[in-house]
Design a protein around this ligand. Structure first.
Ligand SMILES: [Zn+2]
Length: 162
Protein backbone atom coordinates (compact mmCIF):
# COMPACT_ATOMS: atom_id res chain seq x y z
CA UNK A 1 0.00 0.00 0.00
CA UNK A 2 1.17 3.52 -0.76
CA UNK A 3 1.82 5.71 2.27
CA UNK A 4 1.49 9.49 2.62
CA UNK A 5 4.23 12.09 2.34
CA UNK A 6 5.15 14.12 5.47
CA UNK A 7 6.11 17.80 5.61
CA UNK A 8 9.83 16.96 6.09
CA UNK A 9 9.65 14.60 3.12
CA UNK A 10 7.98 17.27 1.04
CA UNK A 11 11.02 19.50 1.67
CA UNK A 12 13.29 16.84 0.16
CA UNK A 13 10.89 16.40 -2.76
CA UNK A 14 11.01 20.14 -3.42
CA UNK A 15 14.81 19.84 -3.73
CA UNK A 16 14.25 17.02 -6.25
CA UNK A 17 12.04 19.35 -8.28
CA UNK A 18 14.80 22.02 -8.14
CA UNK A 19 17.24 19.42 -9.48
CA UNK A 20 14.75 18.51 -12.21
CA UNK A 21 14.57 22.19 -13.14
CA UNK A 22 18.39 22.36 -13.22
CA UNK A 23 18.42 19.34 -15.56
CA UNK A 24 15.91 21.06 -17.84
CA UNK A 25 17.99 24.25 -17.86
CA UNK A 26 21.02 22.12 -18.83
CA UNK A 27 19.04 20.71 -21.79
CA UNK A 28 18.18 17.41 -20.13
CA UNK A 29 14.97 15.66 -19.12
CA UNK A 30 13.51 17.15 -15.93
CA UNK A 31 14.11 14.49 -13.27
CA UNK A 32 16.01 14.91 -9.99
CA UNK A 33 16.69 12.68 -6.97
CA UNK A 34 18.25 12.71 -3.49
CA UNK A 35 19.76 9.99 -1.32
CA UNK A 36 19.06 10.72 2.35
CA UNK A 37 20.64 8.88 5.28
CA UNK A 38 18.82 7.49 8.31
CA UNK A 39 19.49 10.72 10.27
CA UNK A 40 17.98 12.92 7.54
CA UNK A 41 21.31 14.06 6.05
CA UNK A 42 21.38 14.44 2.26
CA UNK A 43 24.21 12.12 1.19
CA UNK A 44 24.09 12.59 -2.58
CA UNK A 45 21.93 14.15 -5.26
CA UNK A 46 21.75 14.01 -9.03
CA UNK A 47 19.57 14.76 -12.03
CA UNK A 48 19.00 13.19 -15.43
CA UNK A 49 22.04 13.19 -17.72
CA UNK A 50 20.65 11.47 -20.82
CA UNK A 51 21.14 14.43 -23.19
CA UNK A 52 24.59 13.09 -24.15
CA UNK A 53 22.94 10.01 -25.68
CA UNK A 54 23.20 7.42 -22.85
CA UNK A 55 19.54 6.86 -21.98
CA UNK A 56 20.43 4.91 -18.82
CA UNK A 57 21.81 7.97 -17.02
CA UNK A 58 18.89 8.43 -14.66
CA UNK A 59 19.59 9.95 -11.22
CA UNK A 60 18.09 7.02 -9.27
CA UNK A 61 20.50 4.63 -11.04
CA UNK A 62 23.45 6.95 -10.30
CA UNK A 63 22.42 7.15 -6.61
CA UNK A 64 22.14 3.34 -6.36
CA UNK A 65 25.69 3.03 -7.70
CA UNK A 66 26.91 5.78 -5.37
CA UNK A 67 25.31 3.96 -2.43
CA UNK A 68 26.92 0.64 -3.41
CA UNK A 69 30.35 2.30 -3.49
CA UNK A 70 30.03 4.49 -0.40
CA UNK A 71 27.62 2.94 2.11
CA UNK A 72 27.52 -0.27 4.12
CA UNK A 73 24.59 -2.65 3.54
CA UNK A 74 23.00 -1.44 6.82
CA UNK A 75 23.39 2.23 5.82
CA UNK A 76 21.85 1.50 2.42
CA UNK A 77 18.87 -0.31 3.96
CA UNK A 78 18.26 2.66 6.30
CA UNK A 79 18.58 5.28 3.54
CA UNK A 80 15.67 6.81 1.61
CA UNK A 81 15.66 7.86 -2.04
CA UNK A 82 13.54 10.92 -2.82
CA UNK A 83 12.78 11.53 -6.47
CA UNK A 84 10.75 13.90 -8.62
CA UNK A 85 9.40 11.00 -10.69
CA UNK A 86 8.71 7.42 -9.64
CA UNK A 87 11.60 5.05 -10.47
CA UNK A 88 11.52 3.41 -13.90
CA UNK A 89 11.97 -0.41 -13.89
CA UNK A 90 15.74 -0.08 -14.55
CA UNK A 91 16.23 2.23 -11.58
CA UNK A 92 13.87 0.26 -9.34
CA UNK A 93 15.92 -2.86 -10.12
CA UNK A 94 19.20 -1.06 -9.32
CA UNK A 95 17.65 0.20 -6.06
CA UNK A 96 16.59 -3.34 -5.18
CA UNK A 97 19.92 -4.92 -6.15
CA UNK A 98 21.98 -2.60 -3.95
CA UNK A 99 19.55 -3.00 -1.03
CA UNK A 100 18.43 0.60 -0.58
CA UNK A 101 15.46 1.39 1.69
CA UNK A 102 12.37 3.48 1.29
CA UNK A 103 11.41 5.45 -1.83
CA UNK A 104 9.42 8.70 -1.78
CA UNK A 105 8.40 10.07 -5.17
CA UNK A 106 6.64 13.30 -6.15
CA UNK A 107 4.95 12.21 -9.40
CA UNK A 108 3.97 8.64 -10.26
CA UNK A 109 4.88 6.87 -13.49
CA UNK A 110 1.16 6.72 -14.20
CA UNK A 111 0.84 10.52 -13.89
CA UNK A 112 3.91 11.06 -16.08
CA UNK A 113 2.63 8.66 -18.75
CA UNK A 114 -0.70 10.52 -18.84
CA UNK A 115 1.01 13.94 -19.08
CA UNK A 116 3.35 12.80 -21.87
CA UNK A 117 0.47 11.21 -23.74
CA UNK A 118 -1.43 14.54 -23.58
CA UNK A 119 1.66 16.19 -25.11
CA UNK A 120 1.72 13.64 -27.93
CA UNK A 121 5.05 12.13 -26.78
CA UNK A 122 5.45 8.53 -28.05
CA UNK A 123 5.48 5.85 -25.31
CA UNK A 124 8.93 4.95 -23.92
CA UNK A 125 10.70 1.74 -25.05
CA UNK A 126 10.53 0.40 -21.45
CA UNK A 127 7.18 -0.26 -19.80
CA UNK A 128 6.66 2.08 -16.80
CA UNK A 129 5.88 -0.55 -14.14
CA UNK A 130 5.12 0.57 -10.58
CA UNK A 131 8.18 0.20 -8.31
CA UNK A 132 6.65 -2.65 -6.34
CA UNK A 133 6.06 -4.69 -9.49
CA UNK A 134 9.87 -4.70 -9.79
CA UNK A 135 10.95 -4.69 -6.11
CA UNK A 136 8.28 -6.43 -4.03
CA UNK A 137 8.06 -5.49 -0.38
CA UNK A 138 9.78 -2.12 -0.63
CA UNK A 139 8.19 0.79 1.23
CA UNK A 140 7.03 3.44 -1.24
CA UNK A 141 5.33 6.82 -0.62
CA UNK A 142 3.82 9.13 -3.21
CA UNK A 143 2.62 10.86 -5.22
CA UNK A 144 2.75 14.34 -3.62
CA UNK A 145 -0.17 16.12 -5.28
CA UNK A 146 1.21 19.50 -4.05
CA UNK A 147 4.00 19.21 -6.62
CA UNK A 148 2.08 17.73 -9.56
CA UNK A 149 1.37 20.99 -11.42
CA UNK A 150 4.98 22.14 -11.13
CA UNK A 151 6.40 18.84 -12.40
CA UNK A 152 3.87 18.65 -15.19
CA UNK A 153 4.91 22.17 -16.29
CA UNK A 154 8.60 21.13 -16.36
CA UNK A 155 7.80 18.19 -18.65
CA UNK A 156 5.65 20.41 -20.86
CA UNK A 157 8.56 22.86 -21.18
CA UNK A 158 11.01 20.07 -22.00
CA UNK A 159 8.86 18.58 -24.74
CA UNK A 160 7.93 21.96 -26.25
CA UNK A 161 11.61 22.83 -26.74
CA UNK A 162 12.57 19.58 -28.51
ZN1 LIG B 1 15.14 5.29 -14.33
Amino acid sequence: METGVSEAELRHLRRCVELARAALEAGDEPFGSLLVGADGTVLAEDHNRVAGGDRTRHPEFALARWAAENLSPAQRAAATVFTSGEHCPMCAAAHGWVGLGRIVYAASSEQLAAWLSELGVPPPPVRPLPIREVVPGIEVAGPAEELADEIRALHRRYHSTL
